[in-house]
Design a binder for this molecule. Structure first.
Ligand code: NDP
Length: 362
């Protein structure tokens, strides 16, 4: 699409967004076609669709784009607190193909959203409170809206856990990050000492990855033994650039414009010491957003949705999962987008098998 056409489309969609919001109500519905409906607490309503998608990151929007182009007329719940997911807190994305100069995370999400809308996805700005997967059509309910859907894609993502101590908010995105793969190549980390907090596989991966850029990588762990798999432990321990800082927790981050160092407390002796670093990466785990499922889908021991290997099928037929909510290994925007595409294709095949006719849910 040419630049001019793109700007025109964005302007048109923004207009639709304003009209929908002006109509009032607890949930706002965005659509490139005339807004189908709005709702309020006083006037809850039910919408029907062949496919409902829950999420607002690359997995959800890629699924929406594919499904909308297949005329499945998807309805997407994007949440209400912070639509867009983890990318909205990423300053610049340099590893998503197609953007050789990088792109701010929020701009990338805006583009996903614009593309979803342009192909006919209806986007509801509201948070799903509960789902009923006991029978088809599945019921997806927010505070003021209920959607009955023949199929469902869960793409609610996972949140990287952050630690909180004096300076942790001040230096967030100015030296402190929760994703080495996303932010590690930034010039502020080149040939500088860096630190990773955590003792699991994520922390080991982050530390090993950061050895490409940092002059030294300290792994600060609160115990004297790692939780990471033996293989990851050996790889980290064998790396001459990695140094373990045992029995320690970060109690403060300091610096001027950007992070300059950390105060560490030894949890055994209580002694506080300083560690000069330009980067601090949290590797203390992720929390998948699966609570609203109320135990109706099979989850693994860490709370991630279990999908059949090589597909996005979950334990309930007709329900699919994509992105970080089912992936604790790769966790990248591009892998999330890829699995979103898979989920849309899986849903399309499921609906074909089901013999759902074009008009059934209209
Ligand atoms: P984990 O829960 O395994 O590890 C989290 C680490 O953070 C633990 O070492 C924990 O310490 C530490 N931690 C937690 N909270 C705090 C805190 N408040 N202060 C300081 N430290 C804290 O999470 P991961 O993300 O590492 O892994 C999750 C799952 O994903 C695992 O099953 C893992 O194997 C898998 N995974 C696999 C990968 C791969 O195959 N390549 C890559 C990444 C993850 P403590 O040990 O003391 O509890």
């Amino acid at each position: 699409m040419g630049g001019r056409c793109y700007s025109k489309l964005v302007a048109c969609l923004k207009k639709t967004r304003l009209l929908a919001a002006a109509a009032g109500g607890a949930a706002t519905i965005y659509s490139s076609s005339p807004v189908a409906a709005t709702s309020s607490d006083e006037n809850p309503q039910t919408l029907k669709t062949r496919l409902c998608i829950i999420g607002s990151g690359p997995a959800a929007h890629t699924a929406a784009i594919y499904a909308a182009r297949a005329y499945l007329h998807p309805i997407l719940f994007e949440g209400s607190a912070a639509p867009g997911g983890q990318l909205t807190t990423t300053t610049s994305v340099h590893n998503f193909p197609g953007f050789p100069d990088g792109i701010p995370g929020p701009d990338l999400v805006d583009r996903f959203r614009t593309q979803s809308l342009s192909f006919g996805t209806q986007i509801i700005t509201d948070t799903v409170a509960s789902v009923d997967l006991s029978a088809s059509p599945f019921k997806i309910s927010s505070r003021s809206l209920s959607v009955h859907a023949d199929s469902l894609i869960i793409a609610t993502g996972a949140t990287a856990r952050r630690l909180h101590f004096p300076g942790s908010e001040l230096f967030w995105n100015r030296g402190i990050s929760a994703c080495a793969v996303c932010d590690g190549a930034s010039p502020i980390f080149r040939n500088r000492p860096l630190a990773v907090v955590g003792g699991g596989d994520s922390a080991m991966e982050e530390a090993i990855f950061l050895t490409r850029y940092g002059s030294r990588v300290y792994v600060v762990h609160r115990r004297d033994a790692l939780r990471a798999s033996k293989m990851m432990q050996s790889r980290a321990m064998a790396d001459p650039k990695i140094e373990m800082v045992w029995n320690s927790e970060v109690v403060e981050a300091y610096g001027d414009e950007v992070l300059g160092g950390l105060k560490l407390r030894n949890v055994v002796s209580g002694e506080v010491s300083e560690l000069e670093v330009s980067g601090l990466f949290f590797g203390v785990g992720h929390d998948p957003a699966t609570e609203f499922l109320g135990g109706q889908l099979e989850l693994d021991s860490d709370g991630y949705v279990v999908t059949r290997p090589g597909s996005t099928e979950t334990s309930v037929r007709g329900v699919f999962a994509a992105g970080d909510v089912q992936d604790k290994k790769y966790r990248q925007a591009i892998t999330a987008a890829g699995s979103g595409c898979m989920a849309a294709l899986d849903a399309e095949h499921y609906l074909q098998e089901l013999g759902v006719q074009e008009k059934k849910s209209d």
